[in-house]
Design a protein around this ligand. Structure first.
Ligand SMILES: NC(=O)c1ccc[n+]([C@@H]2O[C@H](COP(=O)([O-])OP(=O)(O)OC[C@H]3O[C@@H](n4cnc5c(N)ncnc54)[C@H](OP(=O)(O)O)[C@@H]3O)[C@@H](O)[C@H]2O)c1
Length: 294
């Protein structure tokens, strides 16, 4: 199949390019220089020229603070951008895989969210991503809306100054010898290489719709940080903190764990446990110190 990947030099986009290529597909990567998803003409002319079988959209404005201060721009990219791609997919009769987020939920459920739970976002980022999901569902006949969580990968996270959470923790620990990390936000950190492989598996199936795709298990950011330092063998004091100690912070869900129910019910779930993925990631970036468990 011919796969067009948007956001191709981002964390997830670059791993999607690699995963589709490894699976034997023809891959056409597109960076922001080559397509602006917020611009309907740019999307329709580029997609018409390429005639993909599958359009994978990993592009987004997902810096939560930037979205809060520039809501119109966030909507233009995350909402209208998704609409433009959905229209292109409809017009070209191709499959659209659109990536979304756990931040569509408010966290009040306190147990893993399934695809049937109703979104109720707490911030501009989450709201604009919900709008994008609705456009995709309403317009693209064949689509996957793939929600994931806490992404980290080997390519720099472009929206966050190049540093994902793992790299940020390692940097701060080495510079300061101590870090302060919240205990009251529970997530499932997910390695983009795993998610990319899951997207390849999905693209070859016809169980369309909303799909939750995160690693297995859950942890607070504090627990995640401790696991990073343990596996990388970095000596550091990890102080527990509450999100209320960072008063300027944009509201985020306290609990945004997703259950991969759709994937599991169709026997498509290939996502590993978050600890196993963290180990693979640290090994890949040359930071793994601890030996593998026997
Ligand atoms: N990172 C997370 O923790 C997380 C968690 C849950 C869900 N997600 C979702 O996962 C997806 C991928 O995230 P990521 O971490 O891989 O992001 P990333 O590393 O920041 O990459 C995003 C890519 O999108 C491109 N882009 C931004 N605006 C664009 C536009 N208007 N038109 C075309 N391309 C544009 C960026 O290019 P430039 O940098 O050149 O603008 C970049 O290549 C996003 O949909 C995000 O909402 C992320």
């Amino acid at each position: 199949m011919k796969i067009v990947i948007i956001g191709a030099n981002g964390q997830l986009g670059s791993d999607c390019c690699e995963a589709f290529h490894e699976a034997g597909h023809e891959v056409r990567p597109l960076t922001h220089d080559e397509i602006d998803i917020a611009d309907a003409d740019s999307v329709s002319s580029t997609c018409r020229g390429l005639q993909p079988d599958v359009l994978v959209n990993t592009a987004a404005m997902h810096n939560v603070d930037a979205c809060e201060t520039s809501p119109a721009r966030a909507f233009a990219v995350n909402g209208i951008g998704a609409r433009n791609l959905a229209e292109a997919a409809r017009d070209l009769d191709c499959l659209l895989v659109h990536v979304s987020t756990d931040y569509v939920f408010d966290g009040s459920k306190g147990q893993p969210y399934t695809e049937r739970d109703c979104p109720r976002p707490l911030n501009v980022y989450g709201n604009t991503k919900v709008s994008g999901e609705h456009f995709v569902q309403a317009i693209a006949a064949r689509h996957y809306v793939v929600r994931s969580s806490g992404l980290y990968g080997k390519a720099p996270c472009r929206a966050k100054g190049g540093l994902n959470f793992v790299r940020l923790m390692l940097k701060l620990a080495r510079e300061r010898g101590e870090v302060k990390v919240v205990t009251d936000e529970t997530v499932t950190p997910t390695y983009t290489r795993d998610l990319a492989r899951q997207i390849v598996a999905l693209a070859g199936s016809d169980r369309y719709g909303i799909v939750h795709a995160t690693s297995q298990g859950e942890c607070s950011w504090h627990e995640f940080a401790q696991a990073i330092f343990e596996l990388a063998d970095v000596p550091v004091r990890v102080h527990p903190a509450l999100s209320s100690e960072f008063p300027a912070k944009v509201p985020r869900p306290a609990y945004s764990v997703l259950a991969n129910q759709h994937l599991q019910s169709h026997k498509l779930d290939i996502m590993p446990h978050w600890k196993e993925s963290l180990r693979s990631y640290l090994k890949e970036i040359g930071e793994l110190s601890a030996p593998a468990p026997v």
